[in-house]
Design a protein around this ligand. Structure first.
Ligand code: ADP
Length: 292
C-alpha cells in the first residue's frame, strides 16, 4: 500500500508498506544475491503503481509476476499523529490487490515459481468474491507439491464483515499452510487460547508442520518436528515504533530457515532483526541499522 505519514511539522511523507511487503523486504536483506525474493500482487496502471513497482525493484524485490489492472489503483493509508499517538485512515475498497486471486492461472504461475510462499490474514481479508477460496486452494496445491507455505494470521477485525467469518476464513488459511507464524497477543484475544502452547496445539491440529509463535518482549516459541524450543530475547526498553516487528521477524526467519534449515538459529536471528526494527521509526528501516 501507499503510506502517507504526517511529520511533526504537518507535511506529508509518502512511502510504501504493508505486512507481506514488509516481510519480503526483510527476507531480501537476509538473503544472498543469488536467491530471489519476489512479490506477487495486482496494481493499477497509474503513476503511483509504477512508482511502487520501481520502489520494489530498487530494493531488489522481483516484480515480474505482478499483474496490472487499468480500472484499479493501489490501496492507500494515512498515519495521523496526535501528541505522539498514531491513528490510521484507509482507502483500500477499490484496490487492485483485492483481485490478486482472480486470474487463477496467473496466480498458479507465481506460486509455482517459488519454493517458499508467505501469505497473511490481511491477504485473505481483502480479497473480493471467491478470491480467498481460490487462493487457499492454490496454496494447498503448493503445500502438497512440497513447497513451504507460511501463513501469518495477522488478525485485523476491522477488515472483516464479522468475527465468525474472520475466524472461519483464518482457519481455512491455516489449513492450507505448512507453517503458521502467529502473534500470541492476537491469538489469545480472538481465538481465546489459554497459553502459547495452546495456540501451537490448535495450529498443529489444523495441519501445520511448523508453528513459529511470536510473543513480543517474551520472544518466540519454535514448534517443529524436533519439538518446541523457546527463543529468549533481551527486552528492548526504549521501543520507538513497533510497526513491522512481526513482519521483520517473519522475513528474517523465512530467509534464514531456507538457507540453513535450522529453525532455532533462524529464529534467533529473526528476534535480533525485530529488536532492531522496533528501535527505529517506520515499518521498513534502513539496512544499515540491521544487526551484523
Ligand atoms: P507483532 O508485531 O506481529 O505483534 P510481536 O509483538 O510478537 O509481533 O513481536 C515480534 C517479535 O519482535 C517478537 O517475537 C520479538 O522477537 C520481537 N520483539 C517485540 N517486542 C520486543 C521487545 N520489547 N523487546 C525485544 N524484542 C521484542
Amino acid at each position: 500500500m501507499v503510506e502517507l505519514k504526517q511529520s511533526e511539522g504537518g507535511a506529508l511523507q509518502l512511502g510504501f508498506a504493508g505486512d507481506t511487503f514488509n516481510t519480503a523486504y526483510y527476507a531480501r536483506l537476509e538473503m544472498p544475491d543469488s536467491w530471489a525474493v519476489d512479490y506477487y500482487t495486482c496494481l493499477g496502471t497509474d503513476r503511483m503503481s509504477d512508482d511502487m513497482v520501481a520502489f520494489m525493484a530498487d530494493n531488489r524485490i522481483g516484480v515480474s509476476s505482478i499483474c496490472r489492472i487499468a480500472e484499479r489503483q493501489v490501496g492507500l493509508y494515512m498515519i495521523h499523529l496526535n501528541n505522539g499517538e498514531r491513528s490510521f485512515s484507509y482507502w483500500r475498497s477499490n484496490s487492485a490487490a483485492r483481485l490478486l486471486a482472480q486470474d487463477r492461472a496467473r496466480l498458479r504461475a507465481a506460486i509455482d515459481g517459488a519454493d517458499v510462499i508467505l501469505f497473511s490474514g490481511i491477504t485473505l481479508a481483502i480479497l473480493e468474491g471467491d478470491g480467498a477460496d481460490t487462493l487457499v486452494e492454490e496454496l494447498g496445491w503448493a503445500r502438497d507439491a512440497g513447497k513451504t507455505v507460511a501463513f501469518d494470521p495477522n488478525i485485523r477485525p476491522r477488515l472483516w464483515r464479522d468475527q465468525q467469518e474472520m475466524l472461519r476464513v483464518l482457519e481455512k488459511g491455516a489449513r492450507a499452510a505448512s507453517m503458521v507464524m502467529p502473534s500470541y497477543d492476537d491469538e489469545t484475544t480472538y481465538f481465546g487460547d489459554a497459553s502459547p502452547e495452546a495456540t501451537i496445539a490448535r495450529y498443529r491440529d489444523w495441519g501445520a508442520r511448523d508453528v513459529i509463535l511470536k510473543n513480543g518482549e517474551h520472544g518466540a516459541l519454535i514448534a517443529t518436528a524436533a519439538g518446541i524450543t523457546p527463543i529468549a530475547v533481551e527486552k528492548v526498553e526504549t521501543v520507538v515504533d513497533t510497526t513491522g516487528a512481526g513482519d521483520s521477524f517473519n522475513g528474517a526467519f523465512l530467509a534464514r530457515y531456507a538457507l540453513s534449515g535450522d529453525a532455532v538459529e533462524a529464529a534467533g536471528r529473526a528476534a535480533r532483526v525485530a529488536a532492531a526494527v522496533i528501535q527505529h521509526h517506520g515499518a521498513l528501516v534502513d539496512p544499515a541499522v540491521m544487526p551484523v
